[in-house]
Write a protein that binds this ligand. Structure first.
Ligand code: FE2
Length: 373
């Protein structure tokens, strides 16, 4: 049964202030950068590579208002990212958090059973103080801890400014990361719930299973953990048994294991954002027209014009605190794994559970086209 609570009962072993950035491993960062600039409106922010003293990889940092995405490509087959890419294809490697001390965060997590990935690294120089450490999470994904609030250099040590040719793009009005969702294996969701509660001191504030969300052919179970200040929200899905293949199972097959399923990006004006993203060539899931027939009955009065929402295929969901508007892209890569969600919140702190039925019907149509249903 659905379970939602907003009362904090976690343990803040160390403050996690916010998402710091998301780092992708990609086969060709130069081309990925062009896509995220032209389609999603990101701007080049910093670069590291052979020119800045890093011999085996290139990384581009892109910025869009308050969110940073990094695209990293290994330059040789010995780089651990090459194995990662061979297995998973392009995808999210690191969900990084802003903390007070990367060293203390790392030691705190390891003392409660976390597995380290990169030991704490810290530098103090004319630019100030920068620290980073990383631990493992589901699949081949990691969490980095960054302290850079006293660092005045550009992005991080060994990063430099980057100048790229102009790209034509419409302002997408995307503001910040709202939540990042992971898909894990069957019966593993509760292990990862425990991991985030034990290691991070997060609390579980939403839980739903096949009795809440189901379609005729596919279903999933989901929980959401969050940080004390609500800035970091991490839903975790696992497949639930159905007559045919769950979309989470399809993800696990194509990703060859657990990983990040979607990044939800917050906007203050979803109509403006979706219009711009569509004009920039972003491909969204198709919502059946019938979805809008009973929308008013389902969500009551909303500020937006329903015809406008229908035209742009925007979804709406309401809970006791308010409502939210959202829309999901189709997978943004050839493997049907990672996608992006655009979300605007008007009081609701939910994730659009009421939209799952409509969303799944739409996803299943895509799945059927690929012969995986
Ligand atoms: Fe989401």
């Amino acid at each position: 049964m659905a379970f939602i609570t907003s009362k904090w009962n976690g343990k803040e072993y160390f403050p996690i202030h916010n998402f710091h950035h998301v780092e992708f491993y990609v086969g060709n960062a130069k081309q990925s950068v062009h896509y995220y600039r032209s389609a999603f409106g990101f701007e080049p922010y910093a670069y590291s590579g052979p020119e800045t003293g890093i011999k085996n990889q290139v990384s581009y940092v892109l910025k869009n208002n308050r969110q940073f995405f990094i695209f990293t490509t290994p330059l040789n087959s010995n780089h651990p990212g090459s194995e990662w890419l061979k297995k998973h294809g392009d995808g999210v490697f690191d969900i990084a958090f802003l903390v007070d001390s990367a060293k203390e965060a790392y030691e705190s997590c390891l003392s409660r059973g976390a597995i380290g990935y990169n030991k704490p690294f810290s530098i103090k120089n004319k630019d100030g103080h920068y620290g980073k450490s990383s631990i493992k999470t589901y699949g081949d994904t990691i969490h980095s801890f960054i302290n850079d609030r006293d660092y005045n250099g550009l992005w991080a040590p060994k990063f430099d400014s980057v100048k790229l040719p102009n790209v034509k793009t419409e302002n997408t009005a995307l503001v910040k990361i709202d939540h990042i969702v992971g898909n894990v294996e069957l019966d593993k969701m509760d292990d990862w719930k425990k991991y985030y509660e034990t290691i991070f001191g997060f609390m579980t504030f939403v839980r739903f299973d096949e009795t809440d969300i189901s379609t005729k052919y596919s279903s999933l179970k989901s929980i959401v953990v969050r940080s004390k200040n609500w800035k970091v929200k991490l839903p975790i899905n696992e497949p639930a048994k159905g007559i045919k293949k769950s979309q989470i199972e399809e993800y696990l097959d194509f990703n060859e294991g657990p990983g990040v399923q979607h990044i939800a990006i917050h906007t203050n004006d979803i109509i403006k954002s979706i219009k711009a993203l569509r004009n920039n060539g972003v491909d969204f899931l198709v919502v059946p027209d019938s979805y809008y027939d009973d929308l008013k009955k389902r969500v009551g009065n909303i500020d937006e014009d329903i015809d406008k929402l229908k035209e742009l295929n925007i979804l709406v969901d309401r809970d006791e605190e308010g409502y939210l508007l959202q829309l999901f892209t189709k997978p943004i890569e050839d493997r049907p794994t990672l996608f992006i969600e655009i979300i605007q919140r008007k009081g609701s702190r939910g994730f659009g559970q009421g939209n799952f039925q409509a969303l799944f019907e739409s996803i299943e149509r895509e799945q059927a086209l690929r012969g995986n249903l």
